[in-house]
Design a protein around this ligand. Sequence first.
Ligand code: PLP
Length: 419
Amino acid sequence: MTAPAGTALIRDDLLERDRSDPLAPFRDRFRLPEGVIYLDGNSLGPPSMNIGTRIGALLADEWGSDLVASWNRHGWFRLPERVGTRLAPLLGAGGDEVIATDSVSVNLFKLLAALLRRPGPGRVVLAEDTNFPTDLYMAEGLVSLLRESGARLRLVPPADFEGALGPDVSVATLTQVDFRTGRKHDLRRLTALAREAGIPIVWDLSHSAGAFPLRLNDDRVEFAVGCGYKYLNGGPGAPGFLYVAREFQQSLDTPLSGWMGHRAPFDFETRYRPAAGMRRFLTGTPGILSMVALEEGLRTFDGVDMEALRAKSEELGNVFLRLADERLTGFGVEAVSPRGARERGSQVSLRHPDAYPVMQALIARGVVGDFREPDLLRFGFAPLYVRYADVWDAVETLRDVLACEEHRAPRFQHRDAVT
Ligand SMILES: *Cc1c(COP(=O)(O)O)cnc(C)c1O
């Protein structure tokens, strides 16, 4: 930091950081409302500046002029692979190892089922009990479907996960970055540990992809899924992605054997035959509007040095935690994210007993984070558009809300469906 250790930070230090930030120009790629500090890109990334033009062109020059011929003429049929190939460098994967399709929930189901169906002594699906609920719900649904074959779900606290990698486990699933605390797992170490035990891990990279560089090939990751609408800026409900290391692609059979994953969908055969490569993990017709929006979201990463992105992400989190220490003492706020930047994703969470109304009051002041049960204030730092000075302003606004007890106002108590 500009300020020496032991000296309190001031806003000017952070403005200086912004002036020398090599990623600062990328903020212009996003459409962000005036006066809003957006710290919720870990829940829904903002639209890129070009999204309107791109969707407009899709309507005018493709769908609106060539109609159904667009499937061939404009490459719609191959779009899930094309988007996957564009995403692959962010994952450290081969272009033929990634495909954009379906939601994270559905993709996780496909991979867990494909792995659980393989012959072997293990019948247990292993997961951390702190995992994102949809991952647990999908695993629960899967084992109930296969209960007669002895399939079971075992949920363990994170501290017990490694010890639970026993011979009765068929497949494990882990989310790399915990959605509550931001704690980041060591992908490489855990993948190696599980491989030694003969257990595949399906990684959920929803809070990883686009938040920091990934090296799935180098880290010998075998299977992964992830989200398109968070750090990848693909738009609400954007397709998720699925990664399968090349050596496993031909031996895995998805249980959701839809026609788009067929070897020759337009032969209209009676029996299913899986496509070669990643296409077999497609199910039904892809949503082309969302797929194009995701492709546009991925373009926000064009030319971005991912190491610089990670360095800034770590610093934004460090500054936030430091300011929380310096400026929020005595307000009942406690940091729950790891202090060490290496052990964190790109978010920081604070605990406060009135977290829900506090977040509503913050949002009303233009600082957008989110609330997670039971008492978490969550702040995401997407380095392509969050500025150092934003971190200062966010903490000062939070301090003001707490000091004035603004969150006690009745209008901040109402609970909406999405928090
Ligand atoms: C956001 C997120 C999801 C989202 O799942 P969808 O089915 O795409 O809605 C799943 N898992 C994790 C860990 C997430 O953070």
